[in-house]
Design a protein around this ligand. Structure first.
Ligand SMILES: Cc1cc2nc3c(=O)[nH]c(=O)nc-3n(C[C@H](O)[C@H](O)[C@H](O)COP(=O)(O)O)c2cc1C
Length: 178
């Protein structure tokens, strides 16, 4: 099983489109996968009990159990927000780090893909995520794919640019050998 994490709660995000493309590619290869869009956190109230493992929001517990425990392989699609990662992604990582820490992160494999409307493809965010996930004892695949000007490469629902599809296919193929 591979969990694909679309790392924003922005509705109709380009990250969701890239994540859906990756899910389709994996499914065509008959590789089990599941996609988590952080839009799933919609309506959740932020409260101080997020740091109490006995009393976390039920949605956090449910998503952690389904998408992280007993899953060894992850693909994070990370959009660039203000030169870094979306706050909701750091919030989610902090929340799930409180309960079942080792079972959630240790020695698991991660592929990172950045997305931006600007020119950088979230390279700073990918560097940040590499450091943070390494700190959590995750093994981050050295080859990372920054996708810049994503609005020119997609329409409302799918990836339209052939070169981008090819770059994603190559990224997935090489990550599967990691
Ligand atoms: C709060 C916020 C901050 C953003 N900051 C940046 C930025 O610093 N650089 C950039 O190239 N794009 C920035 N963007 C645009 C995103 O890169 C763009 O929306 C892109 O489609 C990827 O994000 P998405 O998955 O939410 O669609 C920002 C978008 C939002 C909502």
């Amino acid at each position: 099983m591979i969990s694909i994490i679309s790392s924003t709660n922005r509705p109709n995000s380009k990250s969701d489109i890239i994540a859906t493309y990756i899910s389709d590619v994996l499914s065509k290869k008959e590789i089990n996968n599941q996609m988590l869009s952080l839009t799933a956190l919609n309506g959740m109230t932020i409260h101080n009990e997020m740091y109490n493992k006995e009393n976390q929001a039920s949605i956090i517990v449910k998503l952690q159990d389904q998408f992280f425990l007993d899953v060894e392989t992850f693909i994070f699609i990370v959009p660039e927000y203000n030169g870094g990662i979306p706050g909701i992604l750091k919030f989610f990582i902090d929340a799930i780090s409180i309960r079942k820490y080792a079972e959630t992160f240790h020695n698991k494999k991660v592929c990172l893909i950045g997305v931006s409307s600007g020119r950088s493809g979230c390279t700073r965010g990918l560097d940040y995520m590499t450091n943070a996930l390494n700190y959590l004892k995750m093994n981050v695949f050295s080859s990372k794919l920054p996708i810049s000007s994503v609005h020119l490469l997609t329409n409302e629902t799918e990836v339209t640019d052939a070169d981008t599809k090819e770059a994603l296919n190559v990224q997935i193929e090489s990550f599967l050998k990691f």
